[in-house]
Design a protein around this ligand. Structure first.
Ligand SMILES: Cc1cc2nc3c(=O)[nH]c(=O)nc-3n(C[C@H](O)[C@H](O)[C@H](O)COP(=O)(O)OP(=O)(O)OC[C@H]3O[C@@H](n4cnc5c(N)ncnc54)[C@H](O)[C@@H]3O)c2cc1C
Length: 604
């Protein structure tokens, strides 16, 4: 790459959170239509693996067949799927971030039990060592984890320390001879505990402010014991147990990174975990849509396949739209992360440093995606049940388990409440540090509120230009609400959680809607993958986003401002959310549904 192009690449690559204040061009985003041949082959082989090894055994997964989960994980290891993100020198395939997302996406769709086992092993079970381990630790453990010879688990949560992860009571004390740490404590909700060979354990050394990470081999003789399998609402064949450490000796060389670095490791592992969890919620949606439309085409009521009814078409259109939007945003962010990792490696960072910093840069997007896509999956599964009617409520159809399995995604990897607040909190911090200039644009919006509005009708002849104009105005809504909240509450903003949550919902809708609009625009320009339908989905999503944003902004404004200031902001809100040409939502849904119904699957 020439120096000139390198500089341009760096300049053009938006930082995390900058999507709010800088325009992204359609040709600059990566979409699923940009998958390389290698990525498509990877996707197809993962799909084939799932259709062969997982989907036919769905019933066994619903009956707590933990051994089957272990067996499938071992087979995934034999195929190399557990090592896609692991560098080749440690026995993995060393693939880029987009490919690792893709594998996580397609392997996770058939049952939440495998999605969880895969995510816990490859993400939080392996990543802390690949990213924070020293050379010896990586050489010793990562090749075993990459091939599935060993399985990993991650022990952060405790009975008294969930969302407040740094408050754990598990203790690590250096032995008198200085050779071992002796760990005592109780961990809870540990995925893969029942069959893992190794744990990443977080414990506090003496009275340190922050916890420390340790690699702990699973050995009963070393004071490690387990509770019974938890009785759960869903993911029935994912092993989840309490783990007790009773004078467990851990060699000092198994301390990860440095003393007191555990909280940082835990949080960074979770950033990767969050975006991967979003990916893991995509194929699950596609499979629900596929099942729902097939059922709707077959099921006859009133002498008519129910797929012909507007009420069912409305559901199918909304489900497909959410899945499309989730894909658009997940792969857009994944490519940003991949590019930033390459950029840092070109600058001389090691793979470890580059990956850590690359993902951390987009921590805001990771939280946004975790929240949005996990909630889309829940809605999708819920409507899947509704389309199946009474049969949807029966455990004999896949909708019932999809609905139960979906529920956990809103809880683990940081609850959706915590992730919502984190997204805005991190953005404000970035603004304070000068990494993203929010203050200038927020001031410009404040000035605009007191200025005279333009009554010109813009030229909306270009495809999606009205939608992009709306998007630019929705960004002003965020800046108006978040800007006044920061001004009013200052450092106390954190304690005004409902305002933060409202601002977060605005932020989430903007990112998701923009990703869909840019994907549809890019594909329209190159005439790929049903562009007319993609445009319809982007428009439909935006229509809902405008409503959500209006509602949330009103909540925020009514609590932040009073009197004239409140009236001015509400007038601004009206102006910023006004359509020149209101889309015909029913026509959009009909168009999308017609495609889904005629193809008898999720066709995008
Ligand atoms: C099936 C399953 C598998 C899991 N796997 C693992 C694993 O492998 N390893 C691991 O370490 N952990 C794991 N977990 C734990 C999981 O990460 C936690 O359950 C999660 O972080 C929430 O913690 P908690 O359950 O203690 O809930 P709490 O933190 O008690 O939260 C309860 C409610 O209060 C809200 N809340 C909490 N704090 C705040 C706040 N400051 N402001 C506003 N609202 C707040 C939450 O959003 C939530 O709605 C798993 C959990 C489950 C159920």
């Amino acid at each position: 790459m020439s120096i000139q192009t390198q500089t341009e690449t760096k300049k053009d690559l938006l930082r995390g959170g900058q999507f709010l204040v800088k325009e992204t061009k359609a040709e600059d985003i990566f979409t699923p239509e940009d998958f390389s041949e290698e990525q498509i082959m990877m996707r197809d082989s993962v799909k084939e693996f799932v259709d062969r090894e997982i989907w036919p055994y769905k019933e066994r997964f619903e009956h707590k067949d933990y051994a089957l989960t272990e067996e499938v994980m071992r087979k995934a290891g034999e195929m190399g799927l557990l090592g896609v993100a692991v560098p080749e020198e440690y026995g993995g395939l060393g693939m880029g971030f987009v490919t690792t997302m893709l594998v996580c996406d397609y392997i996770s769709g058939a049952t939440g039990s495998i999605a969880t086992a895969f995510g816990a092993h490859t993400g939080i079970g392996t990543m802390p060592i690949t990213l924070y381990g020293n050379e010896e630790q990586r050489k010793k453990y990562v090749p075993k984890l990459a091939t599935g010879e060993w399985f990993g688990a991650y022990c952060l949560t405790e009975p008294g320390a969930g969302s407040d992860a740094n408050s754990g009571k598990t203790k690590a004390i250096l032995s008198d001879d200085g050779k071992n740490y002796v760990i005592n404590g109780q961990k809870m909700w540990i995925s893969n505990a029942g069959f893992c060979d190794m744990f990443i354990v977080f414990a506090r050394i003496e009275d340190d402010k922050n916890i420390t990470g340790f690699i702990v081999e699973n050995n009963k003789e070393n004071g490690i014991s387990m509770g019974e399998e938890e009785k759960k609402l869903g993911i029935h064949s994912s092993s989840t147990r309490q783990v007790f450490f009773n004078d467990t000796k851990v060699p000092v060389e198994n301390l990860l990174a440095g003393r007191g670095e555990g909280f940082k490791i835990a949080m960074n592992a979770l950033n990767v975990g969050r975006i991967k969890l979003a990916a893991a919620c995509l194929e699950a949606q596609r499979r629900v849509i596929d099942g729902a439309v097939k059922y709707a085409n077959d099921r006859i009521q009133f002498n008519t396949p129910i797929a012909k009814f507007g009420a069912i078409q409305q559901k199918l259109a909304e489900m497909a739209t959410d899945a499309f939007v989730g894909e658009s945003a997940s792969y857009r962010a994944a490519k940003n992360i991949e590019d930033r990792i390459s950029m840092r490696m070109e600058d001389g960072n090691t793979h470890q440093e580059a990956e850590l910093k690359g993902v951390e840069e987009y921590a805001i997007e990771c939280s946004i995606l975790k929240v949005a896509v996990s909630e889309d999956l829940q809605d999708c599964a819920d409507e899947g049940i509704q389309i199946f009617g009474g049969m949807g409520f029966s455990a004999d159809t896949p909708m019932e388990s999809a609905w139960r399995d979906a529920r956990i995604s809103r809880i683990y990897e940081g609850t959706n409440e915590i992730n919502r607040m984190l997204a805005v909190g991190m953005l404000v911090k970035k603004a304070m540090k000068g990494h993203v200039d929010l203050l200038g644009p927020a001031q410009a919006v404040a000035n605009e509120l007191t200025g005279i509005p333009s009554f010109d009708i813009p030229d909306f002849s270009e495809i999606l230009s009205e939608e992009k104009d709306m998007l630019a105005r929705l960004k002003k809504v965020f800046l108006m609400v978040a800007g006044s909240a920061v001004q009013k509450y200052g450092t106390e903003l954190e304690s005004h959680q409902q305002v933060l949550l409202a601002a977060s919902d605005i932020l989430i809708e903007i990112y998701m809607a923009e990703s869909a609009i840019l994907r549809a625009e890019k594909n329209t320009k190159r005439n790929m993958n049903n562009p007319d339908h993609q445009v319809a989905m982007a428009q439909l999503y935006l229509y809902h986003a405008v409503d959500t944003i209006t509602e949330k902004a009103k909540e925020g404004i009514s609590s932040i401002a009073e009197g004239d200031e409140q009236r001015m902001m509400l007038m601004g809100l009206k102006r910023f959310t006004k359509y020149t040409n209101l889309p015909n939502v029913i026509a959009l849904r009909n168009k999308i549904a017609e495609k889904v119904v005629s193809e008898n699957t999720y066709p995008f």
